[in-house]
Ligand binder design. Sequence first.
Ligand code: HEC
Ligand code: HEC
Length: 235
Amino acid sequence: MKKSLIAVSISFTLLNMPGVAQAVGDIGAGQVKSGSCASCHGADGNSMMPLFPKLAEQNEDYLVKQLEAFKDGSRSDTTMNSMVVGLSEQDMQDIAAFYAAQAVSENPLPQVNPDDLDDIDDDNSLSESAKTAAKQALQDRQKALMTMGYDVYRNGNLDNEISACIACHGPNGEGNEPAAFPALKGQHAGYLAKTLTDFKTDKRSNNPDNMMHMIAKKMNEEEITAISYYVSAIK
Ligand code: HEC
Ligand code: HEC
């Protein structure tokens, strides 16, 4: 008890000492500086397009780390590498503070692709009852993917040694701010699947100890889809 009190008072002292305090982002300045990002990521960090990640409510240190990685080229994405060229360290801190303070929007529950349902309707070789059965099978598969995603997120998969995501990304996908583990909840399923595939293939390899690569390379395509659906629907 005593020890932890001492630890707390020491850290307060450090925080109050000029020069030792970490650079802290300014939310107001960040809002202004994020103007050029809004066309893709949304004015409040809630992008509309599935491959443009939402940045709202994302952990601040994680955002700074990614911006630095785009700038030094250790994370490569043609668009983002050029977007950060003019950003200073303070700009990154301010922008990250702004997005971290926004609330992430909810996604609708993942649905069966309406085009797939239309394809079944248009298939003249199928009887009406076969069409109904085929549509039901698609709905069932969608439900099964959500259940699988829930299960892998919480329990991992012993068979292929996938670690449970909950351990680092939190029970509600909120991430872990002190450790700079990103929040996942409410993220677009399309971006989640894309970036998990990038980890799997080592296209995205700047993560600490390459731990997301180690995890994603054990996931098959079905598990990636399942987890992306499930996580996108966490509120
Ligand atoms: C033309 C569209 C576009 C613009 C403008 C843009 N971005 Fe991005 N941003 C993207 C895309 C696409 C990705 C996903 C890259 C990938 O798949 O690895 C991304 C990824 C990111 C990420 C990583 C998010 C994560 O969860 O890992 C951050 C942070 C980010 N952008 C911040 C910014 C900031 C700050 C600006 C403005 C200075 C900006 N972006 C402008 C398209 C854009
Ligand atoms: C041991 C801790 C740990 C575990 C377990 C873990 N992750 Fe991660 N995850 C991380 C870290 C750290 C990062 C940030 C990597 C970086 O800095 O680029 C990350 C990043 C991610 C991202 C990228 C987020 C973004 O905004 O771009 C996704 C998606 C993700 N993890 C999904 C998962 C899934 C799904 C699982 C479970 C199958 C999982 N993670 C298990 C530590 C973990």
